[in-house]
Write a protein that binds this ligand. Structure first.
Ligand code: NDP
Length: 288
């Protein structure tokens, strides 16, 4: 029986800490303030942004969602983003992806000032990640850092281990590669052109999947001799053919073969929001 790497105990534990930090800020007259830009009517994006708002409010921060029209022009979008980001009472600004076609070429990560980039994608924050900056003066990318928190909480060793990441996006795969490398893992970053993916995953101590394909990773990707050794982290959030939420990993097939595995839902997802909240408080605390 594998260990079910649920995130609830991590979130519950950290929530108390966030409440205390938030109260301290409020006592100094600062209300941590996150502003989220949501463009269009993507159903999943609406759900994610509402979850972020609800979580921020649960520890006492302010969070507003600016719902912009699907057809908003590039200029109007930039104006709106600038207006929000330049407000001195705002500590964090976040643009929910994906953006509609007319905005998809915008380098949003450069439009938000580094000190309010609670998503952790401004070049300043990315460089700090690349250079393994040990000072706590930059914002970590939310999902990958959430995964690191999960591995730490469950005492899963990283140093010297072989990690295989599937998916090379800017928001998950690439920063995940950096965090694991900084933690002394040997990392293989895979993508859609990777040959013989199963040969690589079968040798991995840690597999992290972020591809966006429901139940893609099944038992054929796990070596039988690795039984009770491999740790599988499922970042994917997808819907299966019956419309149910599922990850990239076929949990029922993979779970009996591995040492530990994250469920979907209840695994990585809540940790992304947790890191965003930690980044928000870090941004607000810089002002004191
Ligand atoms: P992207 O669509 O940006 O990237 C997908 C990556 O998967 C690409 O690098 C692509 O390769 C690779 N890929 C696709 N098919 C295959 C394949 N058959 N074999 C190997 N690699 C493949 O996805 P995101 O990183 O934005 O998201 C990935 C998943 O994670 C989604 O389900 C998303 O919903 C979820 N997600 C979850 C979060 C959370 O909080 N839990 C946060 C962010 C995302 P190539 O580059 O060659 O095209």
């Amino acid at each position: 029986m594998s260990i079910n790497l649920i995130s609830k105990p991590i979130v519950d534990q950290e929530l108390e800490n966030l409440k205390n930090r938030c109260n301290k800020l409020k006592n100094s007259g600062i209300i941590p303030n996150l502003q989220v830009l949501l463009v269009g009517n993507n159903k999943a994006s609406k759900i994610y942004t509402n979850r972020k708002k609800k979580f921020c409010e649960s520890f006492g921060a302010k969070c507003d969602i600016h719902h912009l029209d699907e057809n908003i022009s590039v200029d109007d979008f930039i104006n709106e983003l600038n207006k929000i980001s330049s407000d001195k009472n705002v500590h964090g600004t976040f643009v929910q992806l994906p953006l509609p076609k007319q905005l998809s070429n915008l380098e949003v990560e450069k439009l938000i000032p580094a000190e309010k980039d609670v998503d952790g994608f401004h070049p300043f924050n990315l460089f700090a990640l690349l250079s393994d900056n040990k000072k706590n003066d930059y914002f970590k990318p939310c999902t990958p850092y959430g995964v690191m928190n999960l591995l730490k909480y469950y005492n899963i060793p990283i140093s010297g281990k072989n990690a295989v990441i599937i998916g090379r996006s800017m928001i998950v795969g690439k920063p995940m590669q950096m965090l694991l490398t900084n933690a002394n893992a040997t990392v293989t970053l895979c993508h859609s052109k990777t040959q013989n993916l199963a040969e690589l995953t079968k040798k991995a101590d840690i597999i992290i999947s972020a591809i966006g394909k429901p139940k893609f990773l099944n038992d054929t990707y796990i070596h039988p001799d690795q039984k009770n050794k491999t740790v599988v982290i499922d970042v994917g959030i997808n819907t299966d053919q019956d419309g149910n939420l599922c990850g990239d990993v076929d949990f029922d097939k993979v779970s009996p073969l591995v040492y530990a595995i994250t469920p979907v839902p209840g695994g990585v997802g809540p940790l992304t929001i947790l890191t965003l909240s930690q980044n928000l408080l870090q941004a607000a605390e810089k002002i004191i």
